[in-house]
Write a protein that binds this ligand. Structure first.
Ligand code: NDP
Ligand code: 13P
Length: 323
């Protein structure tokens, strides 16, 4: 394929989608932060930090030099949302405005309450595409069957991104709701934490799945309040990712919730693990307040994670108010 494609972020997701797309392009540029990891990838063919047992395809070339991305037609940002603005500023120095930027991050900027798409459009106009779905990176890396949704403001951009991403195993469905797709990714993390907290406290399944049902309804309400389409909540990026992340032990957000539910304190910053849901809870609560949405699930997660209210007390309040 003639398109030049780059991925920024050689973590779990960046490496996995690089591997997928390398089936479709002549050369895939993978931008890595650390020189030693870059050397490992180029010299051994392994991402020794994230996937020490999975050989990378030979046409994946790692670089630490952002200037190498100049020639790319499409660049995927597979980094935490907290790193987006800084990375976009750096990219703006070297890229043409027409470069398509794809966000894979399921987070939101605080206190601006901007989505990752909003941030990209500050630097690269409307040339962005959002990707989201029930997509554990570890499974993508193993080339296991996966579907994702993408959305953008320009149909031709979605089409190009679909072309570089699609393989026999990795399916891509374009939807027409850029706001909704991003909100789904953010909100499912909050629900995953909520369910994790309940699981950690050994709350019964009748209650847990009622809470998940309520979380799904709140997701629809929030999407609609942003002018998004409620159908998006029924997509892979909506229902699919919500259920998967809220119930799977593979999810970092779900696991974080379990730890809080068990009142086990970990040093989240020192762990180096990306907990997007934890980082976006303040933003989601502000979004609800600004739009007069009273989400008991969002309040529950805020109470436990930010206010550090005892999980059982927070749960009792949630249960009293849920209907
Ligand atoms: N993992 C998954 O299954 C999925 C993840 N996502 C989303 O993708 C995004 C990335 O997640 P994931 O790949 O799992 O995270 P990882 O922690 O596995 O990887 C993060 C990558 O970003 C780099 N990075 C971290 N901080 C910065 C920074 N300040 N500046 C530049 N680069 C930075 C890391 O570099 P270094 O290694 O040097 O720290 C690493 O390459 C998240 O928003 C997540 O929600 C979406 C779908 C699935
Ligand atoms: O978004 C994901 C899968 O779709 C990954 O979820 P976690 O960040 O909770 O691990």
């Amino acid at each position: 394929m003639a398109l030049n494609v780059g991925v920024i972020g050689a973590g779990a997701l960046g490496t996995a989608i690089a591997q997928t797309m390398s089936e479709n392009v002549d050369e895939l540029l993978l931008h890595v932060r650390k020189q030693d990891l870059c050397d490992d990838i180029n010299n051994t063919g392994y991402n020794t930090q994230y996937y020490p047992n999975n050989k990378l395809n030979e046409n994946i070339k790692a670089t630490t030099d952002i200037n190498d991305l100049k020639k790319c037609d499409i660049i995927f940002l597979a980094i935490p949302s907290s790193a987006f603005r800084e990375t976009l500023k750096n990219l703006k120095e070297v890229l043409e405005e027409e470069t398509i930027i794809v966000t894979t991050a399921k987070g939101i900027e605080y206190p601006s309450l901007k989505s990752m798409g909003d941030l990209i459009s500050e630097y690269f106009d409307e040339n962005y595409v959002a990707l989201s779905g029930p997509n554990f990176a570890s499974e993508i890396m193993l080339n296991q069957p996966t579907i994702t949704n993408i959305a953008s403001r320009k149909a031709e951009n979605s089409q190009k991104v679909k072309e570089v991403l699609s393989t026999k195993q990795f399916k891509v469905k374009i939807i027409d709701d850029i706001k909704g797709i991003e909100l789904c990714g953010v909100l499912k993390n909050i629900n995953a934490i909520a369910n994790g907290i309940c699981e950690g406290m050994n709350i019964n399944e009748n209650a847990r799945y009622s809470i998940l049902t309520r979380g799904f309804k709140d997701t629809i309400e929030i999407i609609e309040s942003f002018g998004g389409n409620s159908d998006t909540a029924h997509e892979y990026c909506g229902f699919g990712d919500l259920i998967m992340t809220s119930t799977s032990s593979e999810s970092r957000n779900h696991t974080l919730g379990i730890l809080y539910g068990q009142r086990l304190v970990i040093d989240e910053a020192a762990s180096g693990i990306v907990f997007e849901g934890k980082n976006s809870i303040r933003a989601v609560r502000d979004i609800c307040e600004n739009n007069n949405i009273d989400s008991e699930i969002v309040n529950f997660v805020y109470d436990v994670i930010i206010e550090r209210i005892a999980p059982i007390k927070a749960f009792n309040k949630l249960w009293e108010n849920i209907e």
